[in-house]
Design a protein around this ligand. Structure first.
Ligand code: TXA
Ligand code: MG
Length: 328
């Protein structure tokens, strides 16, 4: 439904009564439930078809609500919230017992985010409770960045879909673990390691599991449970081509012709080096659109992982392609 003030208040009541509401944020759409209501949170897992050991992000309307969810010392948390909230940063902290285990997938920590979207914040206020919300897609499908994507995945399964504009960022928030004293990025996003270090005035680690291909990762197991699942999978087979723009274009065209000669329908996703924010913004929408066109193969250009936003988008690209990369 349209996100009028009246409809947002209605949706807030639906959440307060244990229902499920999808809503826009600046990153991707979320599927929300009262974070403190176990039954409601269980229903989110059910609607998405999501494994229940995968914890949810708890969304708050204002930064100071963080203190309702954790007893952790605020010395480092306050500057983070001041610099990046509202915005696409999720902070993992030790949880208070009031946060149910189902919400955190049984972990002793809780992930908290203050989204930069008026509809989202009004909804949280109207619900009168923090809102647990994973991305509003069926588990394993690309994250939703347009209202239409949410309708396609969840229309029959949830109570309300609040409409919104296309998501400004397009990839999910940076997840930063602050629960153990030293900061660790568990999921890369548009807020980068450098930006975090500039505020925290100390080194920020990147979870080593994010840097390694799962096939040769060995003992590096991702600390964010959600990062271990096959994710963002289009229906088509997908290959990433790594190299200079020109060489990649030539190779993509060669492979395209060969695939088409076999009668396969080919889709291409190409972002020039440097277009990282655009790549983040468009990536999931392009995957969904190619799926809808019924392509059999997706050929895409890999991005440089030296750039931190490029690294964040590549994290999603690699998963979509099942780590299938060809150097050219
Ligand atoms: O941008 C976003 O973060 C979007 C919007 C809706 O806010 N939400 C989102 O949620 O991407 P979801 O559920 O799709 O991804 C949450 C990620 C998962 O990888 C999960 O494992 C991790 O955050 N996570 C949640 N709680 C955690 C915790 N306590 N410790 C470690 N990782 C956690
Ligand atoms: Mg997700």
């Amino acid at each position: 439904m349209e996100s009028t003030s009246e409809n947002i208040r209605f949706a807030g009541r639906v959440i307060a009564q244990g229902g499920l509401v999808a809503f826009p944020t600046e990153t991707v759409f979320g599927l929300g439930a009262d974070a403190l209501n176990e039954e409601a949170v269980r229903n989110v897992y059910k609607a998405k078809g999501r494994p229940s050991d995968n914890p949810m992000i708890v969304h708050v309307a204002e930064a100071r609500q963080l203190q309702q969810l954790t007893d952790q010392d605020m010395t480092l948390l306050e500057p983070l919230a001041k610099a990046f909230w509202p915005g696409p940063l999720t902070i993992v902290v030790q949880k208070k017992i009031l946060v149910p285990d189902v919400t955190t997938g049984g972990l002793g920590t809780v992930a908290v985010r203050n989204p930069d979207n008026d509809i989202a914040r009004e909804l949280i206020m109207a619900a009168g409770a923090p809102i647990a919300a994973p991305s509003a897609n069926l588990s394993g499908r690309p994250s939703p960045t347009k209202t239409q994507h949410v309708i396609a995945d969840l229309k029959e399964k949830i109570d309300v879909i609040l409409q919104g504009e296309d998501c400004r960022v397009g990839i999910e928030s940076t997840v930063l673990d602050m629960s153990e004293g030293h900061p660790v990025i568990l999921r890369p996003g548009i807020i980068t390691k450098e930006q975090l270090e500039n505020v925290l005035l100390r080194p920020v680690e990147i979870d080593p599991a994010l840097i390694h291909d799962p096939k040769d990762r060995g003992d590096f197991r991702p600390k964010a449970p959600g990062m271990k699942y096959k994710h963002y999978a289009p229906k088509a087979d997908m290959v990433l081509f790594q190299g200079e723009d020109d060489a990649v274009i030539r190779q993509i065209h060669r492979v395209k012709e060969a695939e088409e000669a076999k009668g396969r329908k080919v889709g291409i996703i190409f972002f020039s080096e440097g277009e990282y924010a655009k790549a983040a913004h468009d990536w999931f929408a392009q995957l969904r659109s190619l799926d809808q066109d019924g392509v059999d193969v997706i050929l895409a250009k890999a991005l440089s992982q030296k750039d931190q936003v490029g690294f964040a988008v590549m994290n999603r690209m690699l998963k979509s392609a099942g780590y299938h990369v060809e150097k050219v």
